[in-house]
Design a protein around this ligand. Structure first.
Ligand code: ADP
Ligand code: MG
Length: 388
């Protein structure tokens, strides 16, 4: 899918055409890119994503008869009609499992959700590592929060959305994507502690520094459900257990060499090294940004890519090429972002060289006979909100 961004009025009109009456409102929730801190969220560590302008918009009306009707303007599938009291986890409801899972998770948490009619249109590309799934969950959660006056906070909605994806859809994702979509602010990075969900909004005005951040969607579809993500997750848990820790977050960076010496399993050692060093990279990037040394984060991003490629082993030839070609063309730094095995890379560039570096990337992909990437500048946008 490669949809343009619909307006709130367009999505409301789509709702009216479909259901024959006006929605109660229109809500929006964005996709995200992660600047640094990968596979650290489920280790209760640190991440630093930003919200993209690309959002999922949902026009929704409240119901009280236990009926849930779900429709996506972006897919050629009929309206799904379900009953809120008959929702079954892991029932493979296709795309509808994401919003239905949110209703299920709210009800599991003891909230009253009496039903809803929903019509969705999203500009977040799917399977590009930009979190179209979290956008869909969070927009649903926010709409229901407002319509049923649940009074839940952004982090609480993110937890509900994550529960929907983990236990209803069946994807073992961490909390980063949902928190970014629910809580990001325009012009800021979300410096998130995934242990207690405390956040610090870090100013990230690249243009003011003469810089830009390119997103390079390799168009290689990632599939987190295929077990590789779960395998990394298990390996990290194994590492924590072998080191006598609750989570890898609890291993201070200074103690990493000693801890690695205690691990005999080569695979677990690599995973531990990645997670603990990437947590440290998040803190280094935070310190550099605080000090105004924005250009200096470039090499930290590239270092993070090498860790994902060599230690976690979740990169792919297209992502490696994006990083190498960008750096060879004079980028300040680059790395793959998101779950890996495809999806997107990010590239930090001098603003005046942005177009030139994008062209060099396109050429490198042609020379390698890879599918042409989709390249666009990332601007830190607003998290979930009511549009009308
Ligand atoms: P990502 O979150 O990286 O984009 P996922 O595999 O986690 O990739 O989620 C993609 C899935 O989310 C799609 O296969 C689909 O089920 C659902 N989805 C995302 N956007 C839409 C949309 N606009 N309409 C319907 N379903 C969507
Ligand atoms: Mg996803």
């Amino acid at each position: 899918m490669d949809q343009r961004q619909s307006t709130a009025d367009e999505v409301a009109a789509g709702f009216r055409n479909l259901y024959g009456f006006a929605p109660d409102g229109v809500w929006a929730a964005p996709g995200r890119v992660n600047l640094i801190g990968e596979y650290t969220d489920f280790n209760e560590g640190f991440v630093m994503p930003l919200a993209l302008p690309h959002s999922a918009l949902a026009a929704v009306a409240r119901r009280t008869d236990g009926v849930l009707r779900l429709h996506s303007a972006d897919l050629d599938v009929p309206l799904a009609e379900l009953r809120t009291d008959e929702l079954k986890p892991l029932s493979d409801g296709g795309w509808a499992a994401y919003p239905a899972g949110v209703v299920w998770a709210l009800r599991e948490a003891g909230h009253t959700v009496g039903g809803a009619d929903l019509h969705l249109a999203s500009a977040v590309p799917t399977g590009a590592g930009l979190s179209s799934s979290a956008a869909l969950e969070v927009v649903t959660a926010l709409a229901l929060n407002d319509l049923f006056e649940l009074g839940l906070s952004g982090p609480e909605l993110a937890r509900i959305a994550q529960r929907a994806e983990n236990d209803f859809v069946g994807v073992p994702c961490g909390i980063m994507d949902q928190m970014a979509s629910a809580c990001a602010r325009p012009g800021h990075l979300l410096h998130l502690d995934c242990r207690d969900l405390s956040v610090e909004q870090v100013p990230f005005d690249l243009a003011a520094h003469g810089l830009g951040l390119l997103v390079v969607d390799t168009r290689v579809k990632h599939a987190l459900g295929d077990g590789a993500y779960a395998e990394r997750r298990d390996g990290c848990e194994e590492g924590a257990r072998l080191l006598g820790l609750s989570h890898l977050r609890d291993l201070p960076y200074e103690q990493l060499p000693a801890a690695l010496g205690k691990l005999t399993d080569e695979r677990v050692r690599r995973y531990v090294r990645h997670v603990v060093s990437d947590d440290h990279r998040v803190q280094r990037v935070a310190a550099l940004l605080e000090a105004g040394e924005v250009r200096a984060i470039g090499p930290v991003l590239t270092e993070g890519h090498h860790s994902l490629r060599d230690d976690l082993r979740i990169s792919c030839p297209e992502l490696d090429l994006a990083v190498e070609a960008a750096n060879a063309a004079g980028a300040l730094g680059a790395r793959m972002t998101g779950g890996g095995f495809g999806g997107s890379a990010i590239v930090l560039v001098e603003r005046e060289r942005q177009a030139e570096i994008a062209e060099a990337l396109e050429r490198a992909f042609v020379e390698a006979s890879f599918t042409a990437p989709r390249i666009f500048p990332a601007v830190a946008a607003q998290g979930a909100r009511r549009e009308r």
